[in-house]
Design a protein around this ligand. Structure first.
Ligand SMILES: *Cc1c(COP(=O)(O)O)cnc(C)c1O
Length: 382
């Protein structure tokens, strides 16, 4: 079945007999037992809720996994994920990650005795592996520099060293990229972004292929309690119904905008994996069916960047991504503010870098908006 059909119909599991076409919101914290020692399959919503099960099985089906667990946010999902590891365990992460994930690793995981190293390239991952390395954590395309990691090549390394390969698939979603087919063990989503797609709710998901891992993660989820509310679950299910058309359209507009940015004198560099000149273009073509709707660009100086942020009208200056509304972000001050300055500069996340999440407005209107914001910068000099 084509993925766009799965998006619309979800897992097709029915928990009521009314024939409701939309998935009902089971707003019940608890479930009555038919008898002592008996269960309808549902006992308490922190462990299992029918609306959440619908979302979880839908996302598992989209990713080609065996199970998924829904959380109240992407970060709640990463926090639960880290409970798989024990003091002394070592994790290697790609060096261009979502800032919140880096903050969790630096301030929570390290304190709990988990060592995290960052590696930019495959050779570095291989070199950084130790006897206690339990996982490699990859985000691809990365945030905000849009670098692409060869997932299958990393999977070769993790398999050899019996470490888990975790892939944050928030940017491309299963519509464009299926990490399990490339050897990943766990797929992570901030459902807040493309899956939900409407900038109206937070959610996170962990998807697995292996039943044993699913059992461990479900135990952690019900124990630590960062579960998703059934109302929000409903919103993510509704969002996923249009995932395919949104991804196609957002990608089409992103490519158009990236090409336009390339021609602007004010723009020094454009980062979009779908540009033929992008450093990882060939890997993207090989491992994904698309390039997504996220791009970053550098302007001549910080003043210009601030001017653009304050001059856009249709595009909103806000954190987050993947929704129908286009958002422009200042990574240095927003998503990556917690990174030490030296590290930020090393990665190119400086005062000149802006990130754009392309929404569903007309691409021409978005370009007109950027044009008036950039155009009015011409008087600014360093
Ligand atoms: C937003 C984001 C997260 C965190 O998700 P929240 O839902 O905001 O908690 C993790 N990874 C990536 C790539 C993200 O963009």
């Amino acid at each position: 079945m084509d993925i766009s059909t799965i998006c619309v119909h979800g897992c097709e599991k029915k928990f009521d007999s009314t024939g409701a076409v939309a998935v009902p919101i089971f707003a019940s914290a608890t479930f009555a037992h038919p008898g002592v020692g008996q269960s309808t399959g549902f006992d308490y919503s922190r462990s299992l809720n029918p609306t959440n099960v619908h979302l979880e099985e839908t996302v598992a089906a989209l990713e080609g996994g065996s199970d998924a667990v829904a959380f109240s946010s992407g970060m709640a999902a990463v926090s639960a994920l880290m409970e798989l590891f024990s003091p002394g365990d070592h994790i290697i992460a790609s060096d261009d990650l979502y800032g919140g994930t880096v903050r969790l690793f630096s301030h929570i995981s390290q304190k709990n005795g988990i060592k995290v190293s960052y590696a930019a390239t495959l050779e570095n991952i291989e070199k950084t592996i130790t006897g206690s390395t339990k996982a490699v954590f990859v985000e691809t395309p990365s945030n905000p520099m849009m670098r692409v990691t060869d997932i299958a090549a990393v999977a070769d390394i993790t398999r050899k060293h019996k470490a888990l390969l975790i892939v944050d698939n928030t940017f491309l979603t299963p519509y464009f990229q299926k990490p399990f087919s490339l050897g990943a063990d766990i797929v992570l989503h901030s459902g807040t972004k493309y899956l939900g797609g409407h900038n109206d709710t937070l959610a996170g998901l962990l998807v697995v292929k292996d039943g044993g891992l699913a059992e461990k993660l479900r135990f952690i989820a019900k124990t630590t309690g960062g579960c998703l509310s059934p109302f929000d679950s409903f919103l993510i299910i509704r969002g996923i119904k249009t995932l395919a058309v949104r991804m196609e359209r957002q990608q089409e507009s992103a490519l158009k905008i990236a090409h336009w940015l390339l021609e602007q004198n004010t723009v020094k560099k454009t980062y979009y994996p779908g540009l033929q000149a992008a450093p990882d273009y060939d890997i993207s073509r090989r491992q994904a069916d698309g390039f997504g709707g996220m791009l970053s660009f550098s302007v001549q100086n910080g003043k210009t960047a601030v001017h653009i942020l304050e001059s856009v009208k249709i595009i909103k200056y806000a954190e987050s991504l993947g929704g129908v509304e286009s958002l422009i972000t200042y990574p240095m001050l927003q998503t990556h503010a917690d990174l030490p300055e030296s590290e930020r500069n090393e990665r190119g996340i400086d005062e000149c870098l802006l990130r754009l999440s392309v929404g569903l407005e007309s691409a021409d209107d978005l370009i007109t908006d950027l044009k008036q914001a950039i155009g009015s910068c011409s008087s600014i000099t360093a």
